[in-house]
Write a protein that binds this ligand. Structure first.
Ligand SMILES: NC(=O)c1ccc[n+]([C@@H]2O[C@H](COP(=O)([O-])OP(=O)(O)OC[C@H]3O[C@@H](n4cnc5c(N)ncnc54)[C@H](O)[C@@H]3O)[C@@H](O)[C@H]2O)c1
Length: 424
């Protein structure tokens, strides 16, 4: 059954949620406080890079089921369901900053219809359902937790084909009403209490970060003992208890979620009296991984990058997104710059200089006069570039492949020195 829905926040999660819910047949109003974003959306422009999103937004708008308005309060006046998809950045002490959530709740409070359900999709610590209830001061309105698990780069696909939908509520009737929104999806639907729903989200992200840190630590062991990490993870992944997903060595994890969510979970545990040493170790291994890549680059040019020209391919935190929030690529480039390197970067999703980094619009131009090339994001197009053209642009053709992305045999045939992660 089609529902009247408002989505507060039109970022990666909110815009995807709004467009996908409209695709499922619901009537959706998306709101943001960013007037430029709303103007662009109303002009038919999609402010983010996300596979399939533009088509879905167009479909929703043309079908009259998807609208964009400025300001949260304006979007909720006749809505039965209101999704909160606002940021929950890391606060100074590592905990999640709930000010956007509380602010949005206060803004919509007096405009909500009676019996509306406010659904929290933002990633929030245990107890935040209560925080939203307090900010709303509307006993006639239910608040339900519904964490989101989509991945940037495949957000639309993940929203429409989720591994599960988790609903956290102590109010069974409200949980059933929220479940009805998702009837168009073929996915397991789980109803639990709000604290468990909120914990599922953090526990899942921290587990995925743990897998990556684990494989990066195994990559360091592989380098020490002369094993090939790619073969090691392939052999591990055939074990169904382990699986192949998230077992790729790389420059460390980052992005808009894993760093803040892992720190928040350490803090949540600490506040509750548990010292989450395992997760602290996972974060520590990740910090070391950034430095390991920096050291590999330095080792490739006589131990120091000071005054050296370095080319970097990749700036986004992973491929198929334009998101650079907490990107390991940016972190590593900044560390190289701090040691005196002159870095020129290329990324297919980034068209201008950012965060003190010179960005070329051509991968070969980024390599001009470089003493080393470091590959930091796993964009497919890097695999197919003209290696002779790259080699002739560089002072010395050598690649530090922090994603184990390129064909090392092919590179060596073209005269490159090659260094990967966990394999030589
Ligand atoms: N990005 C992801 O891959 C992902 C995945 C799962 C969960 N999450 C969680 O979802 C939440 C949102 O993440 P995101 O990446 O979409 O953030 P984002 O920064 O891309 O988008 C948030 C949007 O909310 C808007 N906003 C802030 N306050 C508002 C208000 N009062 N009224 C209306 N709009 C407001 C901002 O202007 C912005 O456009 C976070 O809690 C995040 O942890 C993110």
């Amino acid at each position: 059954m089609a529902a009247n829905i408002a989505v507060i926040g039109t970022g990666y999660v909110g815009l995807t949620t709004g467009a996908c819910l409209a695709h499922l047949g619901h009537d959706v109003v998306c709101a943001d406080i960013d007037s430029q974003k709303i103007d662009r959306l109303n002009a038919g422009e999609i402010p983010i890079l996300e596979d399939g999103l533009e088509d879905l937004v167009r479909e929703g708008v043309q079908g009259g089921r998807l609208h964009f308005v400025l300001g949260a309060a304006n979007s909720v006046t006749d809505r039965e369901f209101v999704f909160l998809c606002v940021p929950t950045p890391q606060g100074e002490d590592g905990s999640a900053d709930l000010s956007y959530i509380e602010g949005a709740a206060r803004q919509i409070s007096s405009s909500l219809i009676s019996e509306a359900i406010v659904i929290n999709k933002s990633t929030v610590p245990v107890g935040s359902t209560r925080v939203v209830e307090q900010a709303l001061e509307r006993p006639d309105v239910s608040v339900v937790s519904n964490p989101e698990f989509l991945r940037e780069g495949s957000a639309v696909h993940d929203f429409l084909h989720p591994d599960r939908v988790v609903i956290g509520s102590d109010d069974q009737a409200a949980a059933i009403r929220v479940a009805s929104i998702y009837l168009g999806l073929a996915a397991p639907l789980m109803v639990t209490d709000p604290a468990s729903a909120e914990t599922i989200k953090y526990a899942s992200n921290a587990f995925l970060a743990t897998k990556i840190s684990y494989v990066n630590a195994i990559a360091a062991v592989c380098e020490a003992v002369g094993a090939d990490v790619n073969d090691v993870v392939l052999g591990m992944g055939y074990d169904k208890r382990i699986g192949q997903e998230f077992l790729r060595p790389g420059p460390g994890w980052g992005g808009s979620c894993f760093p803040k969510d892992s720190h928040a979970l350490v803090r949540i545990a600490e506040d509750a009296g548990y010292d989450f040493g395992l997760l602290k170790g996972v974060i520590e291994v990740n910090e070391q991984q950034f430095e390991r890549v920096v050291q590999k680059v330095a080792a490739s040019i006589d131990g120091s990058v000071d005054g050296k020209k370095i080319a970097a391919w990749g700036l986004t935190f992973k491929s198929r997104t334009d998101d650079i929030r907490d990107s390991p690529a940016i972190e590593i480039i900044h560390r190289l710059q701090a040691q005196g390197a002159v870095v020129t970067a290329y990324d297919p999703a980034i068209g201008a200089d950012i965060k003190g980094i010179t960005v070329c619009t051509d991968p070969y131009a980024a390599c001009e006069a470089a003493e080393a090339l470091v590959v930091l994001t796993e964009w497919d197009e890097f695999k197919w570039l003209d290696l002779d053209k790259v080699a002739s642009a560089m002072v010395s053709p050598q690649v530090i492949d922090a994603r184990n992305l390129l064909d090392r045999n092919r590179l060596r045939q073209h005269g490159f020195r090659y260094e990967g992660i966990g394999r030589s």
